[in-house]
Design a protein around this ligand. Sequence first.
Ligand code: NAI
Length: 358
Amino acid sequence: MKVLAILYKGGDAAKAEPRLLGTVENELGLRQYLESLGHEYVVSDSKEGPDSDFQKHIVDAEILITTPFHPGYLTADLFERADNLKLCVTAGVGSDHIDLNAAVKKSVQVLEVSGSNVVSVAEHVVMSILLLVRNFVPAHEMIERGDWEVSQIARNAFDLEGKVVGTIGAGRIGYRVLQRLVPFDCKELLYYDYAPLPEAAAKTVKARRVEDLKELVSQCDIITVNCPLHDGTRGLINEELLRHFKKGAYLVNTARGAICDKDAVAAALKSGHLNGYAGDVWNVQPAPKDHVWRTTKNPLGGGNGMVPHYSGTTLDAQKRYADGVKGILDNYLSGKSQEPQNVIVGIGKYETKAYGQR
Ligand code: NAI
């Protein structure tokens, strides 16, 4: 059987650091395992256009492994040509790059390594909130430049204590963000999710559910996005919703770039309506060199905490999702049932409600 993996190129870093498992060079550590069982393992980063390895090999692969960090977009059209495909495995969390409705229709299973990098992302969210609120990036850039003008930084630096923070999506990551914010003594922790938190869980973090998104954003000093990308969340944070944000609010998005309208967010940051925007996810990945999120700043020259998509691919996370992919393959190849929390699409039906299914 053919197993196709679309991973990102790790270059010299991956050669020097074998723990960069999610790279083309280190192949999720699966080559020996798959080949010893007699399977063909094709690994590439070439994913765009008809001549890409992705499109060449998808026609006869039985298993496709992809990662959200360098997404191979499996569209409905490509599904039509993937006659042999039975299983898609996401090395990580977030399978929006797979057309899940087409997977249901074609009876192709889609699995993720649920939970594998949720702590990694939650830590990144808390870091991003702090670096925006405390105006960290311009302060560091000032030091590198050789300057020292404390008031230029302090004029836009605040404490997290006493602020209202809200999460859009309170699943594994969103809840872990709330847990990690508890010791900061925020004024209030809010969440918006169509699935209410279990009572005890909400009580533990003293989070209040707000059932209307506009109401949520209008009450928050800081908003963090932690829901999956699906038809109901694409472009969710657009010009109209941004009007309901408090002036000077901060927005952190480590969920998916396309949940935010690129130009509306950039305009809000540029005008100062948003005091900061941070995150690691982009509507196109890799982001083009001139992507407006790379360089847009607030009127005081700060407020940009954007980085490449890496929050969920720390070395700790890579070990967990590589192990998780192997577990999923083991189950598939030996006919064992999969861990229920990993199954996004089972045979012919959704097994999760997280992608907008109710
Ligand atoms: P999860 O499935 O545990 O939680 C998602 C939550 O979002 C669920 O509670 C669901 O009810 C809620 N939700 C869905 N649609 C919503 C909507 N329209 N409004 C409000 N809430 C909604 O997923 P988890 O593990 O917390 O991951 C969330 C997302 O984070 C992933 O789907 C992925 O896109 C992103 N992610 C990003 C990573 C990175 O490296 N930047 C790594 C891992 C995940």
